[in-house]
Structures are given as C-alpha cells and as structure tokens.
Design a protein around this ligand. Structure first.
Ligand code: SF4
Ligand code: SF4
Length: 249
C-alpha cells in the first residue's frame, strides 16, 4: 500500500447514520485525513466513484443485484475492505425484512398492486457476498472505534475487536444491572467495545454490536431464566440486529 492510501466510503442500503457519525469526528478525522487520500465519500459527494482506491469503507446492507455487482468490483479493486455499522456487519435492522415473506412485505408497504423492481433481495450483511477484512460494528458506529480500526487497517494490523460480552465494561461504570430491575438486557451476550454507552445512559443493551465471540450462551440462557426471561424473548430481542446468526459473531 502507498504512503497515503486512497479511501472510498460507500453506502448500500442504510439511513447514512454511520456516515453521519463520521462527520462528527473533527479532530480525529483531520488526523486520519492527513494520512489518507479520501478519494470518494458518498454522503458528501455527487461525483462518481473512482476507478482506483486502496481501502473501501462500506456502510449498509446488501439488497439489490446492483449492490452485489458493486461489491464484486470493490473487492477486486480495494486491498482492504472495512464494513461499518450493523447493517453492513450483520445485516442489522434492514435484515429484519428477511423474516417476512417478500410478497407480503412489499404489499404491506406499497399496496397489493405494486410492481416490484426485479433484482431486489432480502437484506444481508456484506460478508455474505465478499470477504471483509475489518469490521466496525454498532448502530451507529462509535467514532473513536472507527478511527482506531481505520488506523489499524492502514497499518496492516489486526482488527483488534473485543470478543468478550458487555457486562464487565458496563460494571466499570457502576451501573445498576437492568436484569436486577426486571428488564431484559442483551449485554450478557453482546460484543463489548462501545464503552457501555446505552446502559450508562439508562437503556438496556439491544445487541447492535452482534454476539460476543466469547459469550457463553448456555450460561446466559440460565441467567436469563433465573431473572424470569424465557429464551424466546431473548431470541426475539436479539433479532433486532442479528437475524443472521451465522454472521453476527
Ligand atoms: S448501522 Fe444503524 S446508524 Fe449505521 S447505517 Fe445502519 S441503521 Fe444507520
Ligand atoms: S445492565 Fe446489561 S450490560 Fe450491564 S451488567 Fe446488566 S446485563 Fe450486563
């Protein structure tokens, strides 16, 4: 890779929330921008994607034939692919659509007589179609973590993603556990690295960072049962961001 690697930031099916997060990173972003040639940023540019770039940062889930073709070209072009946000990493909220029969969901949104454009697919994570080198999970992404992962990608280091569940991080903030209050919290099985922002701000974890590779699911099942939560309730809550269990950890 050249001294100033060129970067393209691309969006598939998303609400652009993770790209908006990137606009919030002033000092750190400037530091990174000194190290990269930001050749394309879909949120901020009406221009065409360049032919050449070293690093592709991709937000959003895959939902169309066009997305699949774009991903194929991106993978051929970029030496490094970084998936950012739950939509790109696990399919996220868009992937919930895949739990409903396609005809039913199109009819529910557009009416019974709607003509559905050919080439639409149930939304899935980008790793369903191409190899992904680095992930930045979360909905939206944490800007500090994004910069750290991008920096690691530029240096050729490992992803450095934490593998343990959220509870230890949550406890360092002195939070009262939601489970003790009778609320369902997915922190027991969700990947840490977000600094427990939601639980510290008074909201239970909803699992946007995917399952923690180190999570002990059997032990978690027992803990949830001990606190009165049927595991079906846990599975339903987990589905918000993680319907595709094979890619969510
Ligand atoms: S992960 Fe969340 S914030 Fe990011 S693009 Fe998807 S829905 Fe928006
Ligand atoms: S509130 Fe959630 S993340 Fe925090 S300790 Fe309890 S279960 Fe774990």
């Amino acid at each position: 890779m050249a001294d100033a690697p060129s970067v393209a930031i691309i969006s598939l099916a998303s609400d652009f929330g993770c790209q908006v997060q990137i606009t919030n990173i002033d000092p750190g972003l400037l530091q990174v921008l000194g190290l990269i040639d930001l050749r394309y940023w879909q949120l901020t540019s009406s221009g065409h994607m360049p032919e050449e770039y070293d690093v592709a940062v991709i937000e959003g889930a895959v939902t169309t034939d066009e997305h699949i073709e774009l991903l194929r070209r991106v993978r051929e072009t970029a030496s490094v692919v970084v998936a950012i946000g739950s939509c790109a990493v696990t399919g996220g909220i868009p992937a919930l659509a895949g739990t409903i029969d396609a005809d039913c969901r199109f009819a529910a949104v557009y009416g019974e007589d709607a003509t559905v454009t050919p080439g639409l697919h149930s939304p899935v994570a980008i790793s369903r179609y191409i190899d992904v080198d680095y992930i930045v999970p979360g909905c939206p992404i944490d800007t500090t973590e994004f910069l750290a992962v991008l920096g690691r990608a530029l240096k050729g280091l490992s992803n450095g993603m934490p593998e343990q569940p959220l509870c230890a991080s949550c406890k360092t903030h002195g939070n009262e556990c939601f489970m003790r209050r009778g609320d369902l919290c997915l922190g027991i099985i969700t990947r840490s690295g977000c600094d427990a922002k939601c639980t510290t701000l008074g909201r239970p974890c909803t699992g946007c960072r995917g399952l923690a590779p180190d999570a002990n699911l059997e032990a978690a099942r027992k803990v949830y049962a001990a606190f009165g939560h049927d595991f079906d309730e846990v599975v339903t809550a987990l589905d918000l961001y993680n319907t595709d269990r094979e890619v969510c950890r």
